[in-house]
Design a protein around this ligand. Structure first.
Ligand code: TTP
Ligand code: MG
Length: 358
C-alpha cells in the first residue's frame, strides 16, 4: 500500500514575516511589491489570513491591495501592513522544514519553497502514517514556530488536494476508497492541471464541480483537452501513479521585470531583455547547470493580459548568445502587428530557460 503525504506551509512568506516581526501578528499583512501609495506596479506574493479576509490574494496587483487597505481604513478597520519579500530568509526556513521531513520519511520530493511530498508507505497503515504527520506538524510548530497543512493519501494527487482542503494547520486524510466522494463536490480548479483557462472553458459548458466533469468519457475529455484529457479522466477519479522524485532540480531558471512605466520603446525593451538574458545565464551557471533547450518569453500588456511563447531547440544550447537570439525572436511578434495589432504598451517582460542540464 502506498501512503503519500503532502505538506504545504500556511501563508508562508507572511507567516515568516510575522515570526520575525511579532508586532505585526494579528494585523492584515501583505508581502510583495512596494505599493507606493497606490502607484506601485508589482503584485502581491502572499497575504496572511486577516488580509485574505479583505479579499487580497497572491498575484493581485499591489495597487489594488492598496485600495482595499484604504477602504478598510475608512471603515475603521486596521489597514494592511505592506512588506517587501526576503527570499533568502524564506529559503533558510524552507531548508529546515525539509530537514524535519527527511527525518521522518526516506523519500522526500520538494515541490517548491513551501511544499513537499513525502513517502510514508513504510508505516503500513493510515493510522500510523497519520501519527507521523501529526508529529511532523508538531515539530514544525515547536522548532520553527510556524504552521503547515498536511494531506495524506494513496498518491501525490490526493495528498496535494488534501493538504489544501483544510488550511491553516490542517491534517486531511483521504483513502483510495474515499477518493471519489472526496473529489466529487470540489470545484474543478482544485485538480492540479486545471488552470484558469480550463476553468472558464468548462464553466461555459456548465461544468463547475468534479462530479460534473465525470459525465464525460475518456474519449470526450481527450477531444476537449488533447492527450492530457485522457490523464484527467483518471485524475478526477483519484487515480494517479506517478512516483516521488527525490532529486529536486529546478526545472527552469527565469527572471521577469515590471517596467517603471508601460512602454513600447523598442530600444528600451531590447536592452531590458538583453540584461535579463544575461541574468538568467548567470543564474543558470550559478546553480550548476550549463545547457538549456527551451526558451520562454512572457509578456504582460498594460491591460494585464499575459502571454507566454516558448521555443524548444533541436539540441541543448550552451551559449548566452543563443538565449538572447531566441528570446528576441519570441518577443518580436508582441511588439508589432502579429501579436499586438492594437499596439498595446508592455507592462512586464520575462525570460526563462527550461529543460536545463549539466
Ligand atoms: P502558496 O503555498 O501557494 O501560498 P501560501 O503559503 O502563502 O498560502 P497557503 O496557506 O494558501 O498555502 O505559496 C507559497 C509562497 O510562494 C507564498 O507564501 C508566496 C509565494 N508565492 C508568490 O510569490 N506568488 C504567487 O503567486 C504564489 C501563489 C505564491
Ligand atoms: Mg503554502
Amino acid at each position: 500500500m502506498r501512503l503519500i503525504g503532502h505538506l504545504d506551509m500556511d501563508a508562508f512568506f507572511a507567516a515568516a514575516e510575522e515570526l520575525d516581526q511579532p508586532e505585526l501578528r494579528g494585523l492584515p499583512l501583505v508581502v510583495g511589491a512596494d505599493p507606493e501609495e497606490g502607484r506601485g506596479r508589482g503584485v502581491v506574493a502572499t497575504a496572511n489570513y486577516p488580509a485574505r479576509r479583505y479579499g487580497i490574494h497572491s498575484a493581485m496587483p499591489i495597487s489594488r491591495a492598496w485600495r482595499v487597505s484604504e477602504a478598510a481604513k475608512r471603515r475603521g478597520e486596521p489597514p494592511v501592513v505592506f512588506v517587501r519579500p526576503r527570499f533568502r530568509r524564506y529559503a533558510e526556513i524552507s531548508r529546515r522544514v525539509m530537514a524535519i521531513l527527511r527525518r521522518h520519511s526516506p523519500l522526500v520530493e520538494e515541490g517548491g519553497i513551501d511544499e513537499a511530498y513525502f513517502d510514508l508507505s513504510f508505516a503500513g497503515s493510515y493510522e500510523e502514517a497519520a501519527a507521523i504527520c501529526r508529529k511532523i506538524k508538531a515539530e514544525i510548530n515547536s522548532q520553527e514556530h510556524l504552521t503547515a497543512s498536511v494531506g495524506l493519501g494513496p498518491n501525490k494527487l490526493l495528498a496535494k488536494i488534501a493538504s489544501d482542503f483544510k488550511k491553516p494547520d490542517g491534517l486531511t486524510i483521504v483513502t483510495q476508497e474515499e477518493a471519489e466522494n472526496f473529489l466529487a463536490p470540489l470545484p474543478v480548479r482544485k485538480i492540479p492541471g486545471i488552470g484558469p483557462k480550463s476553468e472558464t472553458f468548462l464553466a461555459r459548458m456548465g461544468v463547475a464541480q468534479v462530479e460534473d466533469l465525470k459525465k464525460f468519457s475518456r474519449q470526450e475529455l481527450q477531444d476537449m483537452f488533447g492527450k492530457w484529457g485522457r490523464a484527467l479522466y483518471d485524475r478526477i477519479r483519484g487515480r494517479h501513479d506517478s512516483p516521488l522524485q527525490e532529486e529536486y532540480e529546478p526545472k527552469s531558471v527565469g527572471e521577469q521585470e515590471t517596467f517603471g512605466q508601460d512602454t513600447l520603446d523598442l530600444t528600451f525593451i531590447f536592452e531590458r531583455l538583453w540584461d535579463m538574458c544575461r541574468g538568467v545565464w548567470r543564474r543558470l551557471l550559478a546553480e550548476g547547470f550549463r545547457t538549456y533547450r527551451t526558451v520562454v518569453v512572457t509578456v504582460r500588456f498594460a491591460d494585464f493580459q499575459t502571454h507566454s511563447r516558448a521555443y524548444t531547440l533541436p539540441l541543448p544550447a550552451q551559449s548566452p548568445r543563443t538565449l538572447v537570439f531566441e528570446a528576441m525572436k519570441l518577443l518580436m511578434p508582441f511588439l508589432d502587428r502579429r501579436e499586438n495589432p492594437r499596439r498595446k504598451l508592455l507592462r512586464l517582460i520575462g525570460v526563462r530557460v527550461e529543460k536545463i542540464g549539466k
